[in-house]
Design a binder for this molecule. Structure first.
Ligand code: SAM
Length: 221
Protein backbone atom coordinates (compact mmCIF):
# COMPACT_ATOMS: atom_id res chain seq x y z
CA UNK A 1 0.00 0.00 0.00
CA UNK A 2 1.22 3.50 -0.80
CA UNK A 3 2.42 5.36 2.26
CA UNK A 4 1.52 8.97 2.87
CA UNK A 5 3.76 11.96 3.42
CA UNK A 6 4.38 14.09 6.48
CA UNK A 7 4.95 17.73 5.52
CA UNK A 8 6.72 19.82 8.15
CA UNK A 9 5.32 23.22 7.34
CA UNK A 10 6.83 26.42 8.78
CA UNK A 11 4.24 29.08 9.56
CA UNK A 12 4.53 32.73 10.70
CA UNK A 13 5.98 33.66 14.12
CA UNK A 14 3.55 36.56 14.37
CA UNK A 15 2.96 38.39 11.11
CA UNK A 16 0.53 36.31 9.04
CA UNK A 17 2.13 37.53 5.80
CA UNK A 18 5.27 35.52 6.62
CA UNK A 19 4.24 32.30 4.89
CA UNK A 20 5.56 30.93 1.62
CA UNK A 21 3.49 30.23 -1.49
CA UNK A 22 4.57 26.60 -1.26
CA UNK A 23 3.46 26.32 2.38
CA UNK A 24 0.02 27.64 1.41
CA UNK A 25 -0.22 25.20 -1.51
CA UNK A 26 0.74 22.24 0.69
CA UNK A 27 -1.77 23.26 3.38
CA UNK A 28 -4.44 23.32 0.67
CA UNK A 29 -3.43 19.93 -0.73
CA UNK A 30 -3.03 17.76 2.38
CA UNK A 31 -5.76 15.55 3.85
CA UNK A 32 -5.41 17.01 7.31
CA UNK A 33 -3.28 19.35 9.41
CA UNK A 34 -1.79 18.38 12.77
CA UNK A 35 -1.59 21.58 14.83
CA UNK A 36 -0.30 22.42 18.29
CA UNK A 37 -3.19 24.79 18.99
CA UNK A 38 -6.02 24.32 16.53
CA UNK A 39 -7.64 27.69 17.42
CA UNK A 40 -4.38 29.47 16.76
CA UNK A 41 -3.80 27.68 13.45
CA UNK A 42 -7.39 28.34 12.39
CA UNK A 43 -6.68 32.08 12.39
CA UNK A 44 -3.94 31.50 9.80
CA UNK A 45 -6.04 29.09 7.74
CA UNK A 46 -9.06 31.43 7.73
CA UNK A 47 -6.86 34.27 6.54
CA UNK A 48 -5.89 32.20 3.48
CA UNK A 49 -9.28 30.55 3.03
CA UNK A 50 -7.95 27.06 3.74
CA UNK A 51 -10.47 24.56 5.07
CA UNK A 52 -8.96 21.26 6.19
CA UNK A 53 -9.63 18.90 9.08
CA UNK A 54 -7.40 19.79 12.04
CA UNK A 55 -5.90 17.23 14.42
CA UNK A 56 -4.87 18.70 17.76
CA UNK A 57 -1.33 17.63 18.56
CA UNK A 58 0.13 19.30 21.65
CA UNK A 59 2.55 18.50 24.47
CA UNK A 60 0.09 16.67 26.71
CA UNK A 61 -1.60 14.47 24.10
CA UNK A 62 1.36 14.03 21.77
CA UNK A 63 2.07 10.37 22.54
CA UNK A 64 -1.50 9.25 22.04
CA UNK A 65 -2.07 11.51 18.98
CA UNK A 66 1.26 10.54 17.44
CA UNK A 67 0.04 6.95 16.98
CA UNK A 68 -3.17 8.18 15.35
CA UNK A 69 -1.26 10.42 12.94
CA UNK A 70 1.25 7.67 12.10
CA UNK A 71 -1.67 5.29 11.39
CA UNK A 72 -3.16 7.84 8.97
CA UNK A 73 0.20 8.27 7.24
CA UNK A 74 0.51 4.49 6.93
CA UNK A 75 -2.92 4.45 5.28
CA UNK A 76 -1.51 6.77 2.61
CA UNK A 77 -2.76 10.12 3.89
CA UNK A 78 -0.89 13.38 3.41
CA UNK A 79 -0.55 15.28 6.67
CA UNK A 80 0.93 18.70 7.38
CA UNK A 81 2.49 19.34 10.77
CA UNK A 82 2.41 22.96 11.96
CA UNK A 83 3.35 24.50 15.29
CA UNK A 84 2.02 27.63 16.99
CA UNK A 85 4.88 29.62 15.52
CA UNK A 86 7.71 29.08 13.12
CA UNK A 87 9.32 25.77 12.31
CA UNK A 88 7.74 22.64 13.81
CA UNK A 89 10.15 20.47 15.77
CA UNK A 90 12.03 23.37 17.37
CA UNK A 91 11.15 23.50 21.10
CA UNK A 92 7.67 22.11 20.47
CA UNK A 93 5.99 18.68 20.37
CA UNK A 94 6.71 18.26 16.63
CA UNK A 95 10.05 16.51 17.18
CA UNK A 96 8.36 13.42 18.69
CA UNK A 97 6.13 12.91 15.65
CA UNK A 98 8.98 13.52 13.20
CA UNK A 99 11.18 10.93 14.95
CA UNK A 100 8.40 8.39 14.93
CA UNK A 101 7.67 8.97 11.22
CA UNK A 102 11.37 8.42 10.45
CA UNK A 103 11.31 5.14 12.40
CA UNK A 104 8.32 4.02 10.31
CA UNK A 105 10.06 4.96 7.05
CA UNK A 106 7.39 7.50 6.21
CA UNK A 107 8.34 10.12 3.63
CA UNK A 108 8.99 13.48 5.25
CA UNK A 109 9.33 16.81 3.48
CA UNK A 110 10.11 20.13 5.17
CA UNK A 111 8.63 23.33 3.80
CA UNK A 112 11.03 26.05 4.96
CA UNK A 113 9.97 29.35 6.49
CA UNK A 114 10.37 31.41 9.66
CA UNK A 115 12.26 30.07 12.69
CA UNK A 116 12.32 32.50 15.59
CA UNK A 117 15.87 31.64 16.67
CA UNK A 118 17.40 32.53 13.29
CA UNK A 119 15.61 35.88 13.13
CA UNK A 120 16.74 36.69 16.67
CA UNK A 121 20.32 35.71 15.87
CA UNK A 122 20.66 37.87 12.78
CA UNK A 123 19.00 40.88 14.37
CA UNK A 124 21.10 40.61 17.55
CA UNK A 125 24.33 41.86 16.02
CA UNK A 126 26.22 38.99 17.73
CA UNK A 127 28.52 36.74 15.66
CA UNK A 128 26.49 34.45 13.40
CA UNK A 129 29.32 32.25 12.10
CA UNK A 130 29.12 29.92 15.12
CA UNK A 131 26.19 29.66 17.49
CA UNK A 132 24.39 27.22 19.77
CA UNK A 133 20.69 26.95 20.50
CA UNK A 134 19.72 26.03 24.07
CA UNK A 135 15.92 26.19 23.65
CA UNK A 136 14.20 26.81 27.01
CA UNK A 137 16.41 26.52 30.10
CA UNK A 138 14.99 24.84 33.20
CA UNK A 139 12.17 26.60 35.04
CA UNK A 140 13.83 25.60 38.33
CA UNK A 141 16.17 28.30 39.55
CA UNK A 142 19.03 26.08 40.85
CA UNK A 143 19.09 23.98 37.67
CA UNK A 144 18.89 27.05 35.43
CA UNK A 145 21.86 28.64 37.20
CA UNK A 146 23.84 25.42 36.75
CA UNK A 147 23.00 25.41 33.04
CA UNK A 148 24.25 29.00 32.78
CA UNK A 149 27.43 28.13 34.73
CA UNK A 150 28.16 25.49 32.08
CA UNK A 151 27.65 28.06 29.32
CA UNK A 152 29.82 30.70 30.95
CA UNK A 153 32.94 29.93 28.91
CA UNK A 154 31.10 29.17 25.67
CA UNK A 155 32.70 31.11 22.81
CA UNK A 156 29.87 30.69 20.34
CA UNK A 157 26.79 32.93 20.34
CA UNK A 158 24.13 31.39 22.62
CA UNK A 159 20.41 31.55 21.81
CA UNK A 160 17.83 30.93 24.56
CA UNK A 161 14.02 30.94 24.38
CA UNK A 162 11.96 32.35 27.26
CA UNK A 163 8.41 33.35 28.11
CA UNK A 164 7.33 36.68 29.58
CA UNK A 165 6.62 34.96 32.92
CA UNK A 166 10.23 33.99 33.54
CA UNK A 167 12.28 36.49 31.55
CA UNK A 168 13.22 38.66 34.57
CA UNK A 169 14.42 35.58 36.49
CA UNK A 170 16.55 34.53 33.51
CA UNK A 171 18.01 38.04 33.13
CA UNK A 172 18.84 38.10 36.85
CA UNK A 173 20.60 34.74 36.61
CA UNK A 174 22.58 35.82 33.52
CA UNK A 175 23.66 39.01 35.34
CA UNK A 176 24.80 36.97 38.38
CA UNK A 177 26.29 33.89 36.78
CA UNK A 178 27.68 35.18 33.49
CA UNK A 179 29.44 38.37 34.67
CA UNK A 180 26.61 40.65 33.61
CA UNK A 181 27.69 40.71 30.00
CA UNK A 182 26.15 42.65 27.11
CA UNK A 183 23.33 40.62 25.59
CA UNK A 184 20.56 41.12 23.05
CA UNK A 185 16.92 40.60 23.86
CA UNK A 186 14.47 40.14 20.99
CA UNK A 187 10.79 40.47 21.80
CA UNK A 188 7.64 39.94 19.73
CA UNK A 189 9.53 39.53 16.44
CA UNK A 190 7.46 40.38 13.33
CA UNK A 191 4.60 41.62 15.54
CA UNK A 192 3.24 45.07 16.35
CA UNK A 193 5.37 45.54 19.47
CA UNK A 194 8.55 44.02 18.05
CA UNK A 195 11.71 45.31 19.70
CA UNK A 196 15.32 44.28 20.15
CA UNK A 197 17.31 45.70 23.04
CA UNK A 198 21.07 45.39 23.36
CA UNK A 199 22.48 46.06 26.84
CA UNK A 200 23.93 44.44 29.95
CA UNK A 201 21.62 41.84 31.50
CA UNK A 202 21.28 43.95 34.69
CA UNK A 203 20.19 47.00 32.67
CA UNK A 204 17.54 44.94 30.86
CA UNK A 205 16.46 43.48 34.19
CA UNK A 206 15.95 46.98 35.60
CA UNK A 207 13.97 47.95 32.51
CA UNK A 208 11.63 44.98 32.87
CA UNK A 209 11.28 45.56 36.61
CA UNK A 210 9.74 48.95 35.73
CA UNK A 211 7.87 47.82 32.58
CA UNK A 212 5.92 44.56 32.82
CA UNK A 213 7.41 42.09 30.30
CA UNK A 214 4.86 41.04 27.69
CA UNK A 215 5.01 38.68 24.75
CA UNK A 216 7.65 36.20 23.62
CA UNK A 217 11.37 36.62 24.23
CA UNK A 218 14.66 35.35 22.87
CA UNK A 219 17.93 36.03 24.66
CA UNK A 220 21.14 36.14 22.62
CA UNK A 221 24.40 36.00 24.59
N1 SAM B 1 8.86 26.34 16.76
C1 SAM B 1 9.15 27.71 17.12
C2 SAM B 1 10.31 28.24 16.28
O1 SAM B 1 10.38 27.98 15.10
O2 SAM B 1 11.16 28.97 16.79
C3 SAM B 1 9.39 27.88 18.59
C4 SAM B 1 8.29 27.44 19.50
S1 SAM B 1 8.60 27.69 21.19
C5 SAM B 1 7.26 26.79 21.92
C6 SAM B 1 8.07 29.31 21.52
C7 SAM B 1 9.23 30.25 21.88
O3 SAM B 1 9.81 30.71 20.66
C8 SAM B 1 8.81 31.49 22.62
O4 SAM B 1 8.76 31.30 24.03
C9 SAM B 1 9.90 32.48 22.25
O5 SAM B 1 11.06 32.26 23.04
C10 SAM B 1 10.20 32.05 20.80
N2 SAM B 1 9.38 32.85 19.86
C11 SAM B 1 8.42 32.40 19.02
N3 SAM B 1 7.90 33.42 18.30
C12 SAM B 1 8.56 34.53 18.70
C13 SAM B 1 8.48 35.90 18.34
N4 SAM B 1 7.61 36.33 17.43
N5 SAM B 1 9.31 36.78 18.94
C14 SAM B 1 10.20 36.37 19.87
N6 SAM B 1 10.30 35.09 20.27
C15 SAM B 1 9.50 34.18 19.69
Amino acid sequence: MKQGTLYIVSTPIGNLEDITLRALRILKEVDSIAAEDTRHTKILLDRYDIHKPLISYYSFNKLQKKDKIIALLEEGKKIALVSDAGTPGISDPGAVLIKSAIEKNITITAIPGPAALIMALVISGKPTNKFIFEGFLSNKSAKRRKQLEKLKDEKRTIIIYESCHRITKLLGDIADVMDDREIALARELTKKFEETKRAKASVLLRHFSDTKPRGEFIVII
